[in-house]
Write a protein that binds this ligand. Structure first.
Ligand SMILES: Cc1cc2nc3c(=O)[nH]c(=O)nc-3n(C[C@H](O)[C@H](O)[C@H](O)COP(=O)(O)OP(=O)(O)OC[C@H]3O[C@@H](n4cnc5c(N)ncnc54)[C@H](O)[C@@H]3O)c2cc1C
Length: 448
């Protein structure tokens, strides 16, 4: 360890806290990270079942070529090679006529790649593609040609999108990237994502983890912390931030310990802001959350895996169904993802999916697979697990902008990290990692 600067105390060990710790350590700071739970990773973690020797994620996390800061972090953590890369957009979908449709932009990048992919996508005709391209070309973040609509739904209405483009392009686009429906997506965030995704070669790549989140982010972070001498205190909840004048003097944990440093980063999740009202000043308002449901299926029947994942593609989508995506986890394990589950009613009980029993959600999954796959017969299930992450992401609606604090606070030595800080990105890994990196830069610039 080569300490050149002061000591930075970080509260929160999700990806934002990990990113801040790594980048500060790279710059020669002494770092101590406090995490309230017994594990690192926050919303990015894996269950490890020692009894059956199985490891499975709380939900598949997809990265994209435009996740530049995340890819840089993975380089430092030495796990960048653990991602399956589809060069320029490539996605395969099943519909409920058991037909396969491909969005295939391979060979081209940026807007040309997207248009090529749309032309190949049999669900859309020329008019559908024309209506989509009107939005893509008008929504340019970097040149600030904003469309004067409040949200994505208004953009789509004002550009007369066709029924097919709404159902087979914008709906899957909105739930996969923003985990919510189009009326909840602010124009600003939408324009930023479109612009970044189409900005330069490689940005449209989809990157699918080939190992567990534990291996890619958490275990590697532990190893990095150990090597660089970053002090990690697990099961230590920060309960107060104490200030004097324009400085933070210390944090306090739930055991009453006083924790002192030269600078402090709060890398807490959005739903914790209310506990530090004096610091975040959100006037009692809070960001709303959105659920992601993941169903892990362990099967003895390899045929289902072979039918789902053709040509080694580890990810397939579904159209006209409740389920959104399936991911190949191993030769006897796949997972199914349902995004924005708070807005979906179960066709079986009519209840909102988030409130449905796990057996019903599993039944829905199987019934959607039967609808979508040609040779599907009820697979021999060894085990299944349904994981409901009710606070997976915040809803990025127009009102969310004013509830996202910047990375610099009103105190000289206090900084905010977290996917919900004002990074310009939706609730994603990239937003979390970027926020941590930005805090490290700000601290370095203030020469703490
Ligand atoms: C199922 C699921 C699927 C997802 N899919 C994707 C995807 O495909 N692509 C993508 O980019 N993003 C995805 N996300 C979102 C992504 O996981 C989050 O945006 C990101 O992990 C947020 O990181 P964070 O560090 O900002 O917050 P968190 O991960 O919430 O970390 C905050 C940490 O602070 C700790 N903490 C809270 N209070 C205290 C306290 N008082 N003292 C100390 N510590 C405290 C918490 O325990 C937690 O560890 C998904 C999320 C889920 C749940």
């Amino acid at each position: 360890m080569n300490i050149k600067h002061g000591k930075v105390v970080i509260a929160g060990g999700g990806l934002a806290g990990i990113s801040a710790a790594v980048y500060l350590s790279e710059k020669g700071y002494e770092v101590e990270l406090f995490e309230s739970t017994p594990k690192l990773g926050g919303r990015t973690f894996s269950y490890i079942d020692k009894f059956s020797n199985r490891i499975y994620d709380n939900g598949k996390h997809i990265l994209a070529g435009w996740y530049k800061d995340t890819l840089d972090l993975l380089e430092l953590l030495n796990t960048k090679d653990k991602l399956f890369k589809n060069r320029n957009l490539f996605l395969r979908f099943y519909d409920n006529n058991k037909d396969i449709h491909e969005l295939d932009g391979r060979g081209f990048s940026g807007k040309a790649g997207l248009i090529k992919a749309l032309l190949k996508y049999k669900k859309l005709n020329f008019n559908d593609i024309y209506s989509i391209s009107k939005v893509i070309y008008a929504c340019n973040f970097r040149t600030k040609k904003f469309i004067t609509a409040a949200n994505l739904k208004e953009i789509l209405e004002s550009t007369n999108q066709t029924a097919n483009s709404l159902e087979y392009f914008w709906k899957p686009f909105s739930v996969s990237i923003f985990n919510t429906s189009t009326e909840n997506v602010s124009t600003k965030l939408f324009a930023r994502v479109i612009d970044d995704a189409l900005y330069e070669k490689g940005n449209l790549d989809l990157l699918v983890p080939t190992e567990s989140l534990h291996n890619i982010f958490i275990d590697s972070a532990h190893r990095y912390f150990l090597k660089k001498g970053i002090k990690l205190s697990l099961s230590r909840r920060i309960v107060s931030v104490n200030t004097s004048g324009n400085k933070v003097t210390h944090l306090e944990d739930s055991y009453g310990n006083k924790i002192e440093g030269d600078a402090y980063i709060l890398a807490l999740p959005f739903w914790k802001a209310g506990e530090f009202e004096n610091i975040f000043n959100l006037n009692g308002k809070k960001l709303q959350s959105s659920t992601i449901i993941t169903i892990h299926i362990f099967t003895l029947d390899k045929e289902i895996i072979n039918e789902l994942f053709i040509d080694e593609q580890p990810m397939v989508g579904f159209l006209d169904t409740t389920i959104d995506w399936a991911f190949k986890e191993s030769n006897n394990h796949f997972s199914i993802v349902i995004s924005g589950a708070d807005n979906i009613k179960s066709p079986i009980s009519g209840k909102v999916l988030t409130d449905c029993p796990k057996e019903e959600i599993f039944g829905l999954c199987i019934s959607d697979l039967i609808k979508s796959l040609r040779d599907f017969s009820f697979p021999l299930i060894d085990k299944y697990k349904v994981i409901k992450e009710k606070r997976a992401t915040f809803i990025p609606d127009t009102g969310s902008d004013e509830l996202r604090p910047g990375n610099k606070s009103k105190y000289d030595n206090l900084f905010f990290a977290g996917d919900w800080t004002d990074t310009g990105y939706p609730s994603t890994i990239e937003s979390a990692v970027k926020s941590g990196k930005t805090c490290s830069k700000l601290i370095n610039e203030t020469r703490i």
